[in-house]
Structure formats: C-alpha cells, structure tokens
Write a protein that binds this ligand. Structure first.
Ligand SMILES: Cc1cc2nc3c(=O)[nH]c(=O)nc-3n(C[C@H](O)[C@H](O)[C@H](O)COP(=O)(O)O)c2cc1C
Length: 207
C-alpha cells in the first residue's frame, strides 16, 4: 500500500468485517469499501476464511462508520435510488453497485449469464467456491446443487477455475450454464439492458 501511495494514488480498499477495515485503515487506506454479504461476485474477505464472520451491508456499514475515521463506501445488495439513499443516510459517502450493471450494453456478460440474470433463477443465489476456489456469490446452478456450494475439495483460488473449465465449456457449447459462474448478488432487481451511463444517470435522477 505504501508503494502505491508513493505514486500519488488514492487507495480505496475493500473490507467485509470491522477487523479488516481497521487493518486497512492502519495500513494507510484512504477509504474503505464495506462489502456486505449480499454482494454478487467474489468476496474481498482476506483476514480469515471463516464465512460466519460476514455481515449484511447495513450492519457492516454502521459498524465501519462508527469505528473507522476514513470515508466508507457501501456495497452489496444496493440496486436502486432508495438503496443508495439508505446507505448515504447511514453515513456512507458513496455507494458501489455491481450486479445492477451486469446487463448493461458495455459489459461482456455472456448470453447464458444474461438469460439467468433475467430469469427467476436470479432470486436464488449462494456463496460458492466451486468456480475459482475463492468465495463468490452466484446463481444456484447444477454444479452448486450437486457438489457445492462450498466444497473443501475445490482447488485453492484461482486454481478451481481451470479445474472446472472442461465441464463448463462442454455445457456452454450446449447452451447450458450448469457449470458456469453466474455471478449475481442477492438483489438483481436493478439490472437493466441500457448503457451504464444511462443507468447511472437514472439512479442519480431518482435520488
Ligand atoms: C461479476 C462480478 C465480479 C466481481 N468480482 C469481484 C472481485 O473479484 N473481487 C471483489 O472484491 N469483489 C468483486 N465483486 C463484488 C463487487 O466489487 C461489489 O462489491 C458487488 O458487486 C456489490 O454488490 P452487488 O453485486 O449486490 O451490487 C464482483 C461483482 C460482480 C457482480
């Protein structure tokens, strides 16, 4: 972190617990992203591997705003202007949305992933280590149902990814997302098939 800051950079780093936030602050982070358990994709958990430590966005944000001095950015499960306003009212200086942008025209989200995000399946997400070896939230699919969601036999991050590639490619070739990481947070209701710029403008206008 010192080296990066030496280049004049501002460092915003991600925490999933108060302990991680305090570690980042004491190591020089200029701002902390508070990542709640609702968040889609990979978790930034780094001090422990124990997922029972993971908090929802509201509780994590509240703890961090009270206990760290640097600005806190909220992320996880925020999908509309109401969610943004709620996070700001709890003391976040900004918010970060991930899942809501997955259908935007600029993204490289695959067709299989897009179809899942637009379906009822997106209401069923879980944290899994099957697709990379690291914990990440995605839509429940065949791999998760049959060998997951967490499996201690999955190779360590990032080696689980090449380990599942053959199955994934075979299924994708048949139009199936059975063995693909279908990253998605608990709240996919904000996904829109418009440009990222327009989605951001809509959120700002509704705020
Ligand atoms: C497709 C995708 C990939 C992600 N990959 C990472 C990652 O590698 N590391 C990380 O710390 N967060 C990752 N995230 C989490 C985001 O940084 C952010 O915390 C999250 O998307 C916010 O929650 P939301 O998805 O409910 O909006 C990813 C999110 C998505 C949607």
């Amino acid at each position: 972190m010192k080296r990066i800051k030496g280049w004049g950079a501002t460092v915003l780093a991600c925490a999933t617990t108060l302990q991680e936030a305090q570690w980042l602050e004491s190591n020089g982070a200029d701002g902390i992203v508070a990542q709640g358990i609702e968040a889609g994709g990979h978790r930034c958990i780094f001090l422990s591997k124990d997922l029972t430590t993971q908090l929802g966005t509201v509780e994590l944000l509240t703890q961090l705003v009270q206990k760290v001095k640097v600005p806190v950015i909220a992320t996880g499960g925020i999908a509309d202007a109401g969610g943004v306003a709620a996070a700001l009212s709890l003391g976040a200086i900004a918010v970060q949305l991930g899942t809501a942008y997955l259908l935007c025209s600029e993204t490289r989200t695959s067709q299989i992933h897009r179809t899942a995000l637009k379906s009822e399946d997106a209401q069923h997400t879980v944290i899994t280590n099957l697709f990379s070896g690291g914990p990440a939230r995605g839509i429940v699919n065949r791999a998760i149902k049959e060998i997951g969601p967490m499996n201690s036999d999955a190779p360590e991050f990032p080696l689980a990814s090449p380990a599942i590639t053959a199955l994934r490619k075979n299924a994708e070739g048949r139009g199936l997302g059975d063995f693909s990481p279908l990253w998605c947070g608990q709240n996919a209701t904000g996904c829109k098939e418009i440009s990222a710029a327009d989605l951001t403008r809509e959120l700002a206008a509704d705020l």
